[in-house]
Write a protein that binds this ligand. Structure first.
Ligand code: GTP
Length: 237
């Protein structure tokens, strides 16, 4: 009879995927990583100097265990000498982990058009870094979609850029947590070559609480909010 592996051995054999998070300063890369790995968020901006690592274990359909290494690279590194090392750098893989393909998440802030335009530069940098070797999986990520009312990057622009460069599309809010887990679940499944259904992806998304504003109920000019259908803001279309 086959012996059951103890948990530490099992851990060593799991798939590890390195996901590099790139984009301008203050677009929310650290916030996305922290929301996904620690389910926390801070309104205070603390610039990432160099890079930070985060690790998240996920369980995919078929009991496939995956660990995502999130490499949060400071937005100010774009001109720096270290960036290529960060992107191509050595993994901190456990000894028996399966060697991984890489993914790059190019993040912009949907309220900051320049941060979207600058992704052209970030993408070129990734392309130059990988040179002739196969490009990694690349995801285009619009963050801060809780501020949809201040959106300056139209959905059509996002879609066009993603389509032209063969990138997967994501929209999310690190602040509310909307679509953060589902994006990483989808990325992990894509990297592991596992097809996931929409309900399987959606179940990873926490319910986003709507902010309740105390309108004066007697004021006829104030429409009562429809609490049955909270506004779904993180939509690409
Ligand atoms: N409203 C809103 N604010 C966000 C969101 N994500 C991040 N922020 C805020 O944006 C600011 C910058 O967030 P960071 O996560 O530090 O940005 P970063 O891209 O890691 O920045 P660098 O370290 O400079 O590369 C912080 O004040 C966050 O609170 C979001 O989804 N919605």
């Amino acid at each position: 009879m086959a012996e059951e592996k103890d948990s530490s051995e099992h851990e060593l054999e799991q798939l590890q995927f390195k996901v590099i998070i790139l984009g301008d300063g203050a677009v929310g890369k650290t916030s996305i990583a922290m929301r996904h790995t620690e389910n926390s968020f801070s309104n205070v901006y603390k610039q990432t100097i160099g890079l930070d690592f985060y690790l998240k274990r996920l369980s995919l359909p078929g009991d496939v265990q995956v660990a995502l290494q999130l490499w949060d690279i400071g937005g100010q590194t774009i001109g720096g000498k270290m960036l290529k090392n960060y992107i191509f750098g050595a993994h901190f893989l456990p000894p028996r982990a399966v060697i991984v393909p890489k993914a790059v998440l190019l993040v912009y802030d949907i309220t900051n058009y320049e941060s979207f335009q600058n992704l052209e530069d970030w993408l070129r940098l990734v392309q130059r870094t990988f040179g002739d070797s196969k490009l990694p999986y690349i995801g285009l990520c619009g963050n801060k979609c809780d501020m949809n009312h201040l959106r300056t990057v139209k959905a059509a622009k996002h879609k066009q850029f993603a389509d032209e460069n063969d990138m997967k599309s994501y929209m999310m809010s690190a602040k509310t947590g909307d679509q953060v887990n589902s994006a990483f679940f989808q990325i992990a499944a894509d990297l592991a070559g596992i097809i996931v259904t929409r309900p399987e992806v959606e179940i990873t998304t926490p319910i986003v609480k709507a902010t309740i504003i105390n309108h004066d109920q007697n004021d006829p000019d104030v429409a009562a909010p429809d609490m049955r259908r909270p506004d779904k803001k993180c939509l690409i279309q």
